[in-house]
Ligand binder design. Structure first.
Ligand SMILES: CC(C)(COP(=O)(O)OP(=O)(O)OC[C@H]1O[C@@H](n2cnc3c(N)ncnc32)[C@H](O)[C@@H]1OP(=O)(O)O)[C@@H](O)C(=O)NCCC(=O)NCCS
Length: 153
């Protein structure tokens, strides 16, 4: 199936409309809380100090991630809450989303590495973008995770 055409929106929290923010938080909780059956604080204070990347297919939010500022969660800019909406999976959106995010990071923080606390089942997915695993698998909110670093270009 060909990838749907996406419109990317890269914005700080204060620059998102209330409706765009609602769409992002609704999709995050649908995926990370309900689908992954995980009771955790999805909305946190990092949301205040990060860039939000929204990928729209028409009026539908198809994919999303956030990038915390360097020195906020980690010394490096850090990708998190990476998701594509269930109805859009397996069509290359994850690849498009990560590619866009890494380009935005390179422009926003030139010469900086990127870090991710990745769900372990996606190790190969992130390795495909140049992320290298660091250390052992650990539990975060009861889900196996591994820290990964993508060295600066
Ligand atoms: C992970 C996720 C974003 C992938 O999105 P997607 O739009 O289906 O991804 P794509 O269609 O672009 O696939 C990209 C690659 O990831 C791989 N992939 C996708 N889902 C996968 C899964 N569940 N397990 C392992 N690999 C997976 C695909 O096989 C593909 O690899 P290929 O190019 O070698 O075929 C999506 O499955 C998702 O939202 N999952 C739930 C949220 C989540 O766990 N987020 C990760 C937080 S660290």
């Amino acid at each position: 199936m060909p990838s749907p055409e996406l419109r990317f929106q890269w914005a700080r929290l204060d620059d998102l409309s209330a409706r765009d923010l609602h769409a992002a938080l609704q999709l995050r909780s649908a995926v990370f809380v309900v689908e992954q059956n995980c009771v955790y604080h999805d909305v946190d204070d990092y949301d205040l100090q990060c860039w939000h990347l929204l990928a729209w297919s028409g009026k539908q939010l198809a994919a999303y991630l956030r990038v915390t500022d360097p020195g906020s969660k980690y010394p490096e800019p850090s990708l998190g809450r990476v998701l594509s909406a269930p109805a859009f999976r397996g069509q290359g959106l994850g690849l498009q989303l990560l590619t866009e995010a890494l380009q935005r990071c390179a422009t926003t923080w030139p010469g900086q590495a990127n870090r991710i606390s990745a769900q372990h089942y996606l190790l190969k997915f992130y390795q495909g973008f140049g992320f290298v695993p660091l250390g052992e698998v650990y539990l975060e909110d009861d889900m196996p995770h591994i820290e990964m670093l993508r060295p600066a270009a």
